[in-house]
Ligand binder design. Structure first.
Ligand SMILES: [Fe+2]
Ligand SMILES: [Fe+2]
Length: 374
């Protein structure tokens, strides 16, 4: 039998830690919620084997791999396509869904080859694909956080002409294609944020965890940000269309996702991932406002299609600000190396985004009215 003291302290603990999901047992979900959760998420096909070119690369010796990559560098499109298509295939493994290579069974030898190829491809990505100007120097985290607030408002991704084009000119089929690309880009953002939480400390961890809790609907399935994407797919009859489209998803549409995964899955680049994510969050509101204006212009007024964007316009200005505040309030104080890494990650994100949006603008403009490439 418990002593009164134990009872009192049990009660105190319960009061401090109420269940975040409600009180007591979880309630059955409404039919509509269950219906949308009947679909596997993310809407990806099951893994059926690596691209033959990637298989060949993985079975090559380290010297042969270096030769292959060096031979591609003169042709930026070939080089970028090789890196981004193959890294995307490897990163599917890191997120653990059915499109990943060894997410339903282990294969030690094959996984060793895959991880080795991952590291070699990432080295190439950082040394020969990712470009940033020399990094500015900051005295401390406070000065750098002020700089990042400024960068969040002014980086070339924020006001990229792609989003003016979507708002003012893109015909309906181009906007619909762009929504498919956006969906693919955002389908595992909650997991990206989850990976960001790991290994952070103090206030940086708090703001990353708060962002993850928002992504997961603060425990309510209907408010998961990916639930709004499920609603978009259902409203546009888009589940099957997305499976078909994914086959032809352009290689440049994964620049930002791949950069993020490259930073998130290597512990020494943890702080770069934080800076990278801060820039990504800074884009959401200005981009989504323009996308919504474009949807209105072409007559896409259905709230089910728009909910993902309208909800984020409300939430996301706070997210970016929280990330810079998280840096200001961080204890122990960040070392000069950590401050430099955060700023470098922010610059990498900005540059990768600009390049992705440049490609996307040209890609959309080259579409004919059937939605194919001209
Ligand atoms: Fe979100
Ligand atoms: Fe956000």
């Amino acid at each position: 039998m418990s002593t009164p003291t134990t009872k009192a302290s049990d009660g105190a603990i319960k009061q401090q830690l109420p269940s975040s999901l409600g009180h007591g047992r979880l309630k059955p979900l409404p039919d509509e919620t269950n219906r949308l959760y009947d679909y596997y998420w993310p809407p990806v096909p099951a893994f059926e084997g690596f691209d033959p070119e990637l298989s060949k690369f993985m079975s090559a010796s380290a010297d042969e791999q270096r030769e292959v990559l060096a031979g591609l560098r003169d042709d930026p499109a070939e080089h970028g396509s090789f890196l981004h298509r193959h890294l995307a295939e490897i990163y599917a493994h890191s997120f653990g869904y059915r499109d990943g290579a060894y997410t339903r069974h282990t294969d030690d030898e094959a996984e060793k080859a895959m991880f080795s190829a991952k590291i070699t491809l990432e080295r190439e990505l950082f040394d020969h694909w990712s470009t940033t100007d020399p990094e500015p120097e900051f005295a401390d985290q406070f000065e750098a956080a002020d700089y990042l607030d400024e960068l969040a408002a002014t980086n070339p991704g924020v006001v990229h002409p792609l989003f003016e084009y979507l708002r003012d000119e893109a015909p309906r089929e181009q906007l619909e294609r762009f929504l498919q690309c956006e969906l693919i880009r955002n389908e595992v953002v909650d997991d990206e944020v989850a990976l960001l939480v790991v290994g952070l400390q103090g206030m940086q961890k708090a703001v990353a965890a708060a962002n993850l809790w928002d992504e997961c609907g603060r425990g309510k399935l209907e408010n998961f940000h990916t639930y709004w994407l499920r609603r978009l797919l259902s409203a546009t009859d888009g589940w099957n269309a997305l499976y078909e489209y994914r086959e032809n998803h352009p290689w440049f549409a994964k620049f930002t996702s791949n950069l993020n995964a490259a930073l998130l899955t290597r512990p020494s680049r943890k702080m770069m991932a934080y800076g990278c994510f801060l820039v990504f969050e800074s884009w959401v509101e200005p981009h989504f406002v323009r996308i919504l204006d474009g949807l209105t212009r072409v007559g896409i007024l259905d709230d089910e299609v728009r909910i993902y964007f309208t909800a984020h316009v409300k939430i996301d200005p706070r997210h970016s600000q929280e990330l810079s505040d998280g840096m200001r309030l961080q204890r122990p104080l960040l070392s000069p190396d950590e401050v430099r890494d955060i700023v470098q990650g922010a610059h990498m994100a900005s540059s990768a985004g600009k390049r992705q949006f440049d490609h996307m603008l040209a890609y959309l403009k080259s579409m004919n009215s059937e939605g194919d490439q001209a």
